[in-house]
Design a protein around this ligand. Structure first.
Ligand code: C2E
Ligand code: CA
Ligand code: CA
Length: 606
């Protein structure tokens, strides 16, 4: 009989090994060794049930190869019922209820196995012992089994929960593929190896074509099934060292070691062909296709994040070319990467109200009275610093943010004007720049009406500046929207006027009330006769069409004098003030004696 002390010792050692976080194998081997140390007449071993419930030897060195072979793969449930010449099953031990002892014999030698159960009653493994001398179980053996079963259960359960946590943390539940995190870990190892062996490595990003539409048509269960099918097809063609992962919704990645550009192109073709094999999802025949982007280590990046990002950009480029395409990352794409991240930053800046408006006064030459202010958008990027509106307005146009930008500027300008008025600062009118493409938005008239009403601003106090390029706009809805806006009583100004004279003849078609002489003419006024002639012509054109004319970019006293001589009445430029943040504009106003009173005069009477 083992002494209580010996059993305590065994327990202590087993628990210490658990706490040391040694591997499961080491923990259960230690238990077997301890059993054999305390009872040298038996061999102990542990058989673990795999996911399918089949037994696999886990620990114990005393079994012969033949014995292992006889047990390997046996269904754990069948142990309770088998009675052939290799294995015979004993009966449940009635003397020890709760301990389902099994008597199993192999040839002449019998061995006994007891199930190791988890807390919720599942059989995780079998702890088996085989007495070397007797053919029966002694009380010592029973006590040893009794002591060791919960220790084995503890070790196995802990391993199970570690695996479950790993699965949740590192595998995508839907497809069973490694997720982005595991991909990162494994890919970094593969990159380190590639660096050491000076071998190439390719990263492929795969994105299904029209997945949203397919998903919508099939419903989510169908979409899920489709993603699992794609995962299987990607797995089919993979070599042992390749890493396949599921990045997000319909985006997958492959890291392919020992793969140069030529092999990557061949792999891409194979993969796209495999994915486009016909399939049936939810009994619907489907033609699948995907686009693929490739980046190469070391040329396109040294770390997996960069490589995935660049393969992704190449994939986007492939998408732009059509369905079922692939594309390599290139230098040209690298340059557009800066624009891409800028685009995202601009989206965020508009959303989070991080843009600002500066205001530049427009003044009457005669007495310096304020006629109104022009709102000019400003963007301070957290890393890149100030980005000029010329750049981000174009960017907004290219990436579909122009409507958001226009709405934001309108709102903010009107809010500011209302705030000034509320605080007794009478700013007569406000000018807001809109892009020609803002006039393709059918909601624009309603947006303007709503914004004005919300801030209690009358339509004639808002001037919308549009550039001369709108004269070329052939979109029929453009004129319709422009007229709708005008019909509300909002004023329109033709900005940068004079730079596109060819379209002058169309000017009368547009309901504009103001021309803004482009600042390039003002700049040359002192030295260039042609600029003076042109400025003169613009003023006369404006007068003949009963439009007011504003000179922009007035920087010097000399320019002002010439403009006054030509008959200009209103100017805007650094000579008076640069565009200013609201508080500085207030200070500028306060510094002009008599301004407040004159401002009150300038307000449009009801
Ligand atoms: P713009 O409408 O012609 O605006 C006048 C530009 O001239 C402004 O440049 C202003 O800072 C600058 N400026 C003012 N006075 C002087 C001067 O005396 N000398 C010189 N050399 N320049 C002067 P900014 O602010 O860089 O704006 C550039 C352009 O970006 C604007 O030209 C306008 O077309 C566009 N923009 C600005 N804000 C917005 C906006 O909110 N929406 C839209 N769609 N476009 C905007
Ligand atoms: Ca302007
Ligand atoms: Ca201008």
């Amino acid at each position: 009989m083992p002494s209580a002390r010996e059993l305590m010792d065994l327990t202590r050692k087993a628990i210490a090994s658990l706490l040391r976080a040694v591997s499961l194998q080491e923990q259960v081997t230690l238990i077997c060794q301890e059993i054999e140390r305390i009872a040298p007449d038996i061999i102990a071993f542990i058989l673990r049930a795999d996911e399918q419930g089949a037994l696999r030897p886990l620990a114990g060195s005393g079994l012969s190869a033949r014995q292992i072979q006889a047990l390997e793969g046996l269904a754990i449930d069948s142990l309770y019922g088998i009675a052939d010449d290799a294995l015979a099953v004993g009966t449940e031990d009635a003397a020890q209820p709760g301990l389902h002892d099994l008597g199993v014999s192999h040839g002449a030698k019998r061995f006994w196995a007891a199930p190791v159960r988890s807390g919720d009653g599942r059989v995780l493994a079998m702890l088996a012992i085989q007495p070397q001398q007797t053919a029966t179980l002694t009380a010592l053996h029973r006590r040893l089994i009794d002591t060791c079963l919960p220790l084995c259960a503890l070790a196995l359960e802990r391993e199970e929960s570690r695996t479950r946590i790993d699965r949740l943390a590192f595998y995508d539940e839907l497809t069973g593929l490694p997720n982005r995190r595991l991909l990162q870990v494994r890919a970094e190892q593969a990159i380190a190896r590639a660096q050491r062996d000076r071998s190439p490595l390719a990263v492929l990003v795969i994105d299904l074509d029209r997945f949203k539409r397919i998903n919508h048509a099939l419903g989510q269960p169908g979409g899920d099934e489709l993603l699992r099918l794609v995962a299987r097809r990607l797995e089919e063609g993979r070599r042992f060292c390749d890493i396949v992962a599921h990045l997000s919704a319909d985006e997958f990645a492959l890291v392919v070691p020992y793969c140069d550009a030529e092999q990557a192109a061949a792999s891409a073709r194979c993969l796209l062909a495999a994915l486009s094999r016909p399939c049936r999802i939810a009994d619907v025949p489907l033609g699948l296709s995907a686009c693929l982007g490739i980046s190469l280590f070391p040329g396109d990046g040294q770390d997996i994040d960069t490589l995935i990002h660049r393969a992704d950009m190449a994939m986007q480029r492939a998408k732009a070319c059509g369905l079922g395409r692939f594309c390599f990352f290139s230098e040209e794409l690298k340059r557009s990467a800066v624009e891409l991240s800028l685009e995202e930053a601009l989206r965020v800046a508009i959303e989070r109200n991080q843009l600002r408006l500066h205001y530049q006064p427009q003044v009457y030459f005669k007495d310096g009275r304020l006629r109104g202010v022009e709102a000019l958008a400003r963007w301070h990027h957290p890393q890149l610093g100030d980005i000029s509106p010329a750049r981000f307005v174009v960017l907004a146009e290219q990436c579909g943010l122009i409507d958001e930008l226009g709405r934001w500027v309108l709102h903010e300008a009107c809010r500011q004007l209302a705030d000034w008025r509320h605080r007794g600062l009478a700013i007569p009118a406000i000018s807001v720049n809109l892009s020609p493409s803002n006039f393709h938005d059918a909601d624009l008239p309603a947006t303007i009406a709503r914004t004005l009403a919300q801030h209690g601003i009358r339509p004639a106090e808002l001037m919308l500046e549009i550039t001369e390029s709108v004269l070329m706009d052939t979109n029929p809805s453009f004129l319709k929207i422009l007229r709708e806006v005008h019909a509300q009583g909002v004023l329109l100004s033709m900005d940068d006027f004079g730079t596109g004279f060819s379209s002058l003849s169309h000017l009368h078609r547009l309901p504009v009330q103001e021309l803004k002489l482009d600042r390039s003419f003002v700049f040359d006024l002192e030295h260039d006769g042609a600029s003076r002639t042109l400025s003169d012509a613009v003023l006369h054109l404006g007068e003949s069409l009963r439009l007011s004319v504003v000179a922009e970019g007035v920087e010097t006293e000399a320019q002002r004098r010439i403009l006054v001589q030509l008959g200009y009445q209103v100017g805007q430029g650094y000579l008076f003030s640069a565009p200013l943040p609201p508080a500085e504009l207030e200070a500028w106003l306060a510094a002009r004696p008599g301004q407040a009173k004159r401002l009150a005069d300038a307000l449009i009477p009801d």
